[in-house]
Ligand binder design. Structure first.
Ligand SMILES: [Zn+2]
Length: 302
């Protein structure tokens, strides 16, 4: 399932390709024909992400709200053929086309037109988003308050979008391991300092995820990624195009997995293999509907 960094990267790509233009909006597959008819011919103002939600604002207070769900994808691509972009392949629910780019949305669970007020209401139901840290409503204290009211395990709370927005299974497994946190400690028993450490780390990890289009959690990859980004000031991060790798600035990206680094993790899908730190076997079990992976020996912190 796409995690928050994918949505923020996608928002940046859509914003870069379409903001300030008036794309033609269609529904080649037909299931969004009415919405497309309403949006086509309107200037596209901006695209932004909050957690796993994407919001594309059009003139006249129309907002396209997308949630990719488990298998959705939204590909943003350039084209140069004066005859137009290539014909849609597969079940394209929504297609945006301007004179230099096209974007195809497939397989999303939510595709709807909302008003700015409805968009604000959706955001208000979500917990703070680490990729929006530093903006109003995205203080970690807000998630701490919700955490303090639950006895559910912290690994489940990290997947609860009303507690913290944008974190998916991979980030939850890896960030808990990085800080040696017991995944089963009840939310209310998580120390404030532990949660703030997790929050701060997620800000950094997810920003790298946006920049590289892939989840990086192994410390040597994290260090290399930060070096590549030139030690840029993380507080200067703009959740749009400015967060991308320097080489990609001005290019189009697919909003999908990048390939700069090998896809390696410390615990995710490493069940049965030795822990990279202590050598004991990585364990797995379903929690919050997804497979949790952890090291029972290393992860004891509350
Ligand atoms: Zn271990």
């Amino acid at each position: 399932m796409p995690e928050g960094h994918t949505l923020h990267r996608l928002a940046g790509a859509l914003d870069h390709a379409f903001a300030g233009t008036t794309p033609t909006v269609t529904s080649p597959q037909g299931r969004f024909a009415d919405g497309a008819a309403l949006l086509t011919g309107r200037p596209l103002e901006s695209a932004e992400a909050y957690g796993k939600h994407l919001f594309v604002r059009f003139a006249g207070d129309a907002v396209l709200n997308v949630h990719l769900g488990l298998i959705g994808s939204f590909d943003v691509l350039p084209y140069a053929d004066p005859a137009g972009p290539p014909a849609p392949v597969g079940a394209v629910r929504v297609r945006l086309v301007n004179d230099s780019a096209y974007a195809d949305l497939r397989g999303a669970t939510t595709v709807q037109l909302v008003t700015p007020a409805e968009m604000a209401a959706t955001i208000a139901r979500l917990g703070p988003d680490p990729l929006r840290a530093g903006t109003a409503g995205n203080e970690p204290e807000r998630s701490l308050a919700r955490l303090a009211r639950t006895t559910r395990p912290v690994a489940e709370c990290l997947m609860d979008q009303t507690i913290i927005a944008g974190v998916g299974n991979l980030y939850r497994c890896e960030v808990l391991f990085r800080h040696r946190v017991d995944p089963f400690v009840p939310g209310a028993k998580v120390k404030k300092r532990t949660w703030l450490t997790i929050w701060d780390d997620l800000i950094e990890l997810m920003r790298l995820g946006v920049a590289f289009g892939q989840i990086l959690t192994l410390q040597d990859q994290v260090i290399e990624a930060k070096t590549i980004l030139g030690e840029r000031d993380p507080t200067a991060y703009d959740p749009g195009w400015a967060g991308l790798m320097p080489g990609e600035r001005g290019d189009f990206v697919r909003g999908r997995t990048g390939g700069h680094f090998p896809r390696d993790f410390a615990v995710y899908q490493r069940d049965g293999l030795p822990c990279l730190v202590c050598g004991s076997r990585i364990r797995t079990r379903v929690l919050a509907g997804r497979n949790l992976f952890w090291c029972g020996r290393c992860q004891r912190r509350h």
